[in-house]
Design a protein around this ligand. Structure first.
Ligand code: NAD
Length: 250
C-alpha cells in the first residue's frame, strides 16, 4: 500500500470513530519546532551527558545542573513555537475527533497550540517545583537566572517539574493515560522511538484493548513491526497536514 492509500485508510478510521481517539506523542512531534530528540539523529545525548537531569546528581550539584538546565531547556527550547502537527491535534480536540493527548514531551507545545486535555506523562518544564514546601512557580527569568534558583516563600531548592532520571511517573498522569488507552478506538502515535518505559506501554495497551494503531514517524520505531496497523512514514508536519486534509475532505 502506498502512502496516499494509507492516509485515506487512516482518515476513514479517524472519521468512523469520531470522539473515540487519542494521540500519543514523543520528542519527534517537536523536532520541526526546533527541539532536538534525545536519541538518534541530531539527538541531545550525542553531544551532552544526561546526568544533569538525574535526581541524585541534581541534589549533589544543583548549581552545576541548573547551568545546563537553564541553557538547554529555557534559553534554547523556551523559544520554540508549536508546529502544524501540534495545531492539527489541537484542532481535532476542538472538533471532537480526539478525546485527549498523552505526551511524553515536557515542552508544553500541545497546550500552546490550543489543545485541552493534555496529559503530560513526564511532567512539564513550564512549572518549577519547590523541593521543600511543594510550592509551584512559572519559570520566570527572575527565578531561573539565579545561580541556585530558590523558593521565594521558604528558600528551598527549585526544580523544573518534569520527571528526572530515577524519578517515578506522577500517579494521576499514569492512571489517566492508561485509562484513556484502554478505552480508545484508535491511537495516533507520533514521533516516538518507543524505548522509554513505562510510557511505551501506552500504545501496546490500546492495541491490546482493540484500538487501531496509526503511527507517524520518518523512521520505523519499536512499534512499527509489532503493533502498528497503519504506518505513515514521514515527518510529523507533512503527514499530519495530509491526514487533516483527507479527514476533512467532503
Ligand atoms: P526519542 O528521542 O527516543 O525518539 C524520537 C523519535 O522521533 C524517533 O523515533 C525519530 O525517528 C522521531 N522523529 C524525528 N524527527 C521526526 C519528525 N520530524 N516527525 C516525527 N517524528 C520524528 O523520543 P521519545 O520516544 O519521545 O523519548 C524521549 C524522552 O525524552 C521522552 O519521554 C520525553 O520525555 C523526552 N524528550 C522530550 C522532548 C520535548 O519535550 N520536546 C524532547 C526530547 C526528549
Amino acid at each position: 500500500m502506498d502512502l496516499p492509500e494509507k492516509i485515506r485508510k487512516a482518515a476513514s478510521v479517524i472519521r468512523e470513530n469520531h470522539g473515540r481517539g487519542m494521540a500519543f506523542t514523543g520528542a519527534g512531534v517537536s523536532v520541526e519546532s526546533g527541539i532536538p530528540p534525545f536519541r538518534g539523529r541530531g539527538g541531545l545525548w550525542n553531544t551532552m551527558d544526561p546526568s544533569f537531569i538525574e535526581l541524585t546528581h541534581f541534589h549533589a550539584d544543583p548549581e552545576g545542573c541548573w547551568a545546563k538546565i537553564r541553557e538547554v531547556f529555557y534559553d534554547h527550547w523556551g523559544k520554540a513555537e508549536p508546529n502544524e502537527a501540534h495545531r492539527v491535534l489541537a484542532e481535532w480536540m476542538r472538533t471532537g475527533f480526539l478525546e485527549g493527548i498523552v505526551t511524553q514531551n515536557i515542552d508544553a507545545l500541545h497546550q500552546r497550540a490550543g489543545a485541552e486535555n493534555v496529559i503530560e506523562f513526564h511532567g512539564t518544564m513550564d512549572e518549577l517545583l519547590c523541593l521543600q514546601c511543594s510550592s509551584r512557580y512559572t519559570p520566570d527569568r527572575e527565578l531561573i537566572d539565579q545561580e541556585r534558583p530558590t523558593c521565594p516563600k521558604c528558600g528551598g531548592l527549585l526544580k523544573p517539574d518534569f520527571v528526572f532520571f530515577s524519578e517515578g511517573i506522577p500517579k494521576d498522569a499514569f492512571d489517566a493515560s492508561f485509562r484513556m488507552a484502554e478505552n480508545c478506538a484508535f491511537i495516533i502515535v507520533i514521533g516516538t522511538s518507543g524505548e522509554v518505559m513505562p510510557a511505551c506501554e501506552i500504545p501496546r495497551i490500546a492495541k491490546r484493548h482493540g484500538a487501531v494503531l496509526i503511527e507517524v514517524n520518518p523512521e520505523p520505531s519499536s512499534f512499527t513491526r509489532t503493533v502498528t496497523d497503519i504506518f505513515l512514514q514521514g515527518p510529523a508536519t507533512a503527514i499530519m497536514r495530509q491526514l487533516r486534509d483527507e479527514v476533512e475532505a467532503p
